[in-house]
Design a protein around this ligand. Sequence first.
Ligand code: SF4
Length: 564
Amino acid sequence: MANLKYVQSTCPYCGSGCSFNLVVKDGKVVDTAPYTRSPVNEGKLCPKGNYAHEFVNSPDRLTTPLIRKDGVLTEATWEEAIAYIAENFKKYQPSERCCLSSARVSNEDNYAMMKFARGVFKTNHIDHCARLCHSSTVAGLAGSFGSGAMTNSIPDIAEAKCIFIIGSNTFEQHPLIGRREVMAKKNGAKYIYADPRRTITGSPADLFLQFNSGTDVALLNGLMHDIIENGWEDKEFVEKRTKGYEELKALVMQDKYSLENVAKITGLAAEDIHTAADWIANSGGCALIYSMGITQHTVGVDNVHACANLQMLTGNLGKPGCGVNPLRGQNNVQGACDMGALPVNFSGYQKVTDEAAHKKFEDAWAFPDGIAPMQNGYEVTVMMNVLCDNPGELKCMYIMGENPLLSDPDLNHVKHAFENLEFVVVQDIFMTETCEYADVILPAVCYAERDGTQTNTERRVQRWRKAQDAPGQAIDDWRIIAKIAAAMGYEEQFKWESYSEVFDEMAALTPQYAGMNYERLEGPDGLHWPCKTAEDPGTPILHKEKFLTADGLGVFFPAEWQAP
Ligand code: SF4
């Protein structure tokens, strides 16, 4: 008789972070089944989640370390591969080394890679694919609110009295968040959909604003113009909770943002803009939801600031059914950022240039020869430019779970950049396009073969659980990192025995995660950061009493519209 069991896990695809059960038959993952206790998806899944078991036992999985010898990839033992990597990485100066971490792998793996970059490589040249999707969110919302994350929770969207979706095809990209948008509509919410394209997400809209591409800031400023002109702003919220209002008002009240002019710029009817302004300001709670249609512009930060300005102006923050809700793309892009897989931050957005933060990490990690200097590293886009424009400055790269040869913009540029690298190590679960440039390829485990945590777009930290053994010789990403670190002389600093030990070290250094541990994360709800103490129940809604800025005030950043 077959041996069957269910193992609860979270989806490895998009940032919604749905839970499901992995069905394990005779030690192999064979299916997914509903896990109804998850507050994120309540047992529902989109097609991606429904088939998240299919790739796990693919015959194409990497199963053994490979070293390129005379141009040919040759099977090697772990001992040979690690010794070869360490010998080569040691040849280079800290400033010649760089790392790419991953929004696909766990928080623990990202923390390990962040520590490796700063403690072993002694460099801050570490980044990952968040640079290409939501870095404008992190920069924009950190300035406006003191935190670059989604302000409200996924279930909370269904509570909104009005939802304003701009630059997000939620039904296709985050289907189980789209479900909450539909629930809000069924609960009576006004549904505004703003997008240059007519997408499926716009189909339930009460008001469809099909504006000209690249006119987001003009539209948002026009909405604020109309709100102020009609006296619909939340005066108490603006006065008590924000600063910079007069500058915002001076900018958006210019004639160029009158309804008539914004109608001309955006291609919309003036009365539709007026209706949207009315609903956003006067429905009794509006949730603004955006995604890459806002962020992936040359003026992405301006777009984000304008979204934040609108929601502060109307007091739609710090309450249920409101907020500024950027939908993160990949499953753990929030977590990879939180873990400090970024060139300017340690974990918890503690700045590498901050003396106190630098000392805190240096003391805690206790590398005998210190850590990377207090100097920002290169973003992945800058790494590629430096490799092309200044060959010889960067010489080796360590890549975990990223595929820049597929996912970065301008692939000819990226190819050129990789041709200028002397030594490349890739660890992944499949033979990716980037492996073509690798000197060593290391087989890692996938989500179904590991424990660990990931953090979804609403800042909810949830567990992965090991459901089956890894294929061949594949091992966990953080264990690979620890092996390389040990071979380079830093065994003591990476002496973890389990995922929870890595998590505990990270939580001790990361204020937003300080109150979390594996025991507390065992239940179906996970925990929303910030969760600062063992008693802290976590924070599904940010900015209730004050913002996370130094003085607790939200900051208006007026943004002028620029034609694309
Ligand atoms: Fe997975 Fe996203 Fe689909 Fe949920 S909505 S099942 S997280 S791909």
